[in-house]
Write a protein that binds this ligand. Structure first.
Ligand code: ZN
Length: 409
């Protein structure tokens, strides 16, 4: 054996031995708790009956079947799942002191406190990880929650979004590099107009090539707001990694996303319904006009039809995001419920908000399923969501990273 290969072998041995020993040592030191439930949905499409999840510190050590003896948390009658994930929220959007969405005259401190409230209600609804796309203030929120005192979901953020159609490709590349340097987890891009303005393409192929090309070079994922088939086609062509909304997506664009392995996050169950429920709080602000609301009212049926076609598209990778804006925080599971009511099998819809969502975030080795070595993010609901998907609204237990934030029976 040449010396270099021998060296590599010894290094590998040392690394392997370390990998075996390290968890054993940390388990011996970390406090261990057990969570037992009659049904566990694992986030990967499987179920375990009479499961006991053994949690060591912040991570899952193992899942035992039919264990006896007392459990730290005996969740009789409940269904246990991985912590839920929403890949598209806006935690800073809120109704201000006057109940309106434009937040006139608000101080940055007031704004952040409303944001913290949104983070809290989102976690209490079982969402232990969210991707907040649009606000620079998410950076401080992400850090504050990560310190472990403030109750909120794990936050990923784009810190901003590319919206300016006048930017040159070079300016776009520089913008992406700056966001990477600032600590963005991903890049958010608007490739089409809002649904309230008709949803037509805004960025050119060259602009999208620059945005998603540079993001790929920086190792960052890209979330693209795109309603029309042409804006979706350009984004896929540019190598962008996830498409949001897609209300006018047709069979050809859905197939294109499937063929290119691009994630698709149609937001069919919460965002438009929430705008319409809260019309008086938005009306008169920017493009929240009567005409804009008319588009949104028509949009609900268009979304439902588009989603049926998405379900019928072989190989299309769906993921769960809500686009939760003011008034929607804490109702995130409505999206999954709507998808099931529109024809998606309940197990698939649950995987889209757990295991698939984690994969879309490139975090499947940390979150999204109940498996040894992953973060102990566990949620329990009353009832069985495989039989009645509205059980997702009845969250009674929330653990994030081994810490219990909610335990109400
Ligand atoms: Zn959004």
């Amino acid at each position: 054996m040449p010396f270099s290969s021998l060296c590599r072998c010894l290094v590998l041995l040392a690394v392997c031995a370390g990998a075996v020993l390290a968890p054993a040592i940390s388990h011996a030191q970390a406090p261990r708790v057990t969570v037992r439930a009659p049904l566990l949905i694992d986030g990967k499409g499987g179920v375990v009956r009479n499961a006991t999840v053994v949690v060591s510190g912040s991570t899952i050590e193992r899942v035992d079947m039919a264990a006896d003896g007392p459990a730290t948390y005996d969740l009789a009658g409940l269904t246990l799942m991985p912590g839920f994930i929403d890949v598209h929220v806006h935690l800073d959007w809120h109704f201000g002191k006057d109940g309106r969405a434009d937040n006139r005259g608000e101080t940055p401190v007031e704004k952040m406190l409303f944001t913290v409230e949104n983070a809290y209600v989102t976690l209490m609804a079982g969402f232990t990880t969210v991707q907040s796309v649009g606000s620079p203030s998410d950076k401080d929120l992400r850090a504050a929650i990560a310190r472990g005192i403030l109750p909120g979901p794990r936050v990923l953020t784009s810190l901003g979004a590319i919206t300016d159609v006048k930017l040159t490709p070079d300016e776009i590349r520089a913008w992406v590099r700056q966001k990477a340097a600032d600590g963005a987890d991903l890049i958010k891009i608007f490739a089409s107009k809002s649904i309230r303005d008709g949803g037509e393409p805004t960025l050119s192929q060259a602009q999208l090539d620059a945005a998603c090309g540079e993001a790929n070079a920086q190792g960052l994922r890209t979330l693209v707001h795109a309603h029309s088939p042409e804006s979706i086609r350009r984004s896929v062509q540019a190598g962008c990694t996830e498409i949001e909304h897609g209300i006018f997506a047709d069979a050809a664009t859905l197939k294109l996303m499937a063929d290119r392995g691009v994630w698709f996050d149609p937001n069919i169950g919460l965002v438009l319904q929430n705008y319409i429920r809260n019309k008086a709080r938005f009306l008169g602000i920017g493009n929240y006009t009567e005409e804009g609301f008319a588009y949104m009212e028509k949009g609900i049926a268009l979304n439902m039809a588009m989603f049926k076609q998405a379900l019928a598209t072989p190989g299309l990778k769906l993921v769960m995001g809500t686009d939760a804006v003011s008034g929607a925080d804490g109702h995130n599971a409505d999206e999954t419920i709507a998808r099931v009511e529109d024809g998606q099998p309940a197990m698939d819809a649950i995987v889209d908000m757990t295991g698939d969502a984690a994969e879309s975030l490139r975090m499947a080795d940390k979150i999204g399923s109940v498996a040894p070595g992953l973060q102990a993010d566990l949620v329990a609901v009353e009832g069985n969501p495989l039989d009645d998907i509205t059980a997702l609204r009845r969250v009674v237990f929330v653990m994030k990273g081994g810490k219990v934030y909610r335990n109400r029976r």
